[in-house]
Design a protein around this ligand. Sequence first.
Ligand SMILES: O=C(CO)[C@H](O)[C@H](O)COP(=O)(O)O
Ligand SMILES: [Co+2]
Length: 225
Amino acid sequence: MTVQSRSPLISPSILSADFARLGEEVRAIDEAGCDWIHVDVMDGHYVPNLTIGPAVVKALRPHSEKPFDVHLMVSPVDNWIEPFTGAGADIITIHPEAGAHVHRTIQAIRSAGCKAGISLNPGTPAKMLDYLIEEIDLVLVMSVNPGFGGQSFITSQLKKIEAVRRMIDKGGHEVLIEVDGGVNADTARQCVDAGADVLVAGSATFEGGAERYGENIAALRGERA
Ligand SMILES: O=C(CO)[C@H](O)[C@H](O)COP(=O)(O)O
Ligand SMILES: [Co+2]
């Protein structure tokens, strides 16, 4: 197992924020020291939940200068790239199963000036990245089945994080590994030890209200608040 000592980047998922006060919540996690802001876009078709569209991303954009990490759980996905890059996304991650032409979609994301990510569902092997790893900036390893916040971490995904880490180290391209789903202070450590660079955390960031966001983020980084 690769044991890493560096601190991971933290990308709180606003799926667990108070939707009635989203702008305020984005400012609060920014001030609490998060690195990125994770936006879960669900279409009620590719996943059984319906969440945020580009109009909401555009409305939130003035509330933080930190990178907006937009996770598209949408099928078909191609027609949604331009609306989200136009709304202010910095990183766009897609699910290969949701796009008919993954390579082309990745190129469209990068041509629009955004970083491009590929997400691997719990049942999707790391091998899916063959022929794509050199074209992307980020691999999002899903440690829950996509669709809802608050699910339990699927431990088998640690082996996948290790496999993706080996693939990236061998290839020599700069690609970040992000882990999404059921990440808390305990599973965060396991993810970082397996080779993760970025951790998404919804429930574990927003737990306890705004006065706790700073200590929650510090705990996810493995620091004391
Ligand atoms: O993509 C997602 C679900 O599809 C969310 O980002 C993820 O579930 C984060 O929520 P939590 O940290 O509460 O598990
Ligand atoms: Co997500």
